[in-house]
Design a protein around this ligand. Structure first.
Ligand code: FE2
Ligand code: FE2
Length: 152
């Protein structure tokens, strides 16, 4: 039980870092992107950035309640290679693909924490199910953008 709880906390901390890295890249891309078709993507990223901050705060609270410690930036390791702002600031497709990759990664993370919670921690499970639903929705929106962009 104690071991499972520490695995759950580790999983939540992993998700916490992913949320915060997403915030950095969403802010950067929502600002840097230019061009006639960039505006809806910029607005979508800016709105999602706020939502991802809320996710990080919810995860932090749960980590604390479970007896874990929310880490500071010193232990942060970047992972979102494909979400980096592209050199070509009109390259919306690269931004869209990066968002889909980031959302897919955090979806996997939530699924793995949900599996760890099964039968032992329904509250964390419930939180992760809620966040998973948000991420699936974010990803669906950007998959729609990609479908449109790939037609051009
Ligand atoms: Fe999120
Ligand atoms: Fe998201």
């Amino acid at each position: 039980m104690q071991e499972r709880r520490s695995e759950i906390i580790t999983g939540l901390i992993g998700a916490y870092w992913m949320e915060l890295e997403t915030v950095m890249n969403f802010i950067a891309n929502s600002t840097n992107l230019v061009g006639v078709k960039a505006e809806p993507i910029k607005q979508s990223l800016a709105a999602d950035a706020t939502e991802e901050v809320t996710h990080a705060q919810m995860l932090a609270r749960r980590i604390h309640i479970l007896g874990g410690s929310v880490p500071g930036s010193a232990s942060f390791k970047m992972a979102q290679i494909t979400s980096q702002p592209p050199e070509d600031t009109t390259d919306a497709v690269s931004v869209i693909r990066g968002v889909i990759d980031a959302e897919t990664a955090v979806i996997h993370q939530y699924r793995s924490v949900i599996a760890l919670c099964d039968g032992v921690d329904p509250v964390t499970e419930d939180l992760c199910v809620t966040l998973l639903a948000d991420e699936e929705e974010h990803r669906r929106v950007f998959q729609g953008y990609l479908t449109e962009y790939e037609k051009v």
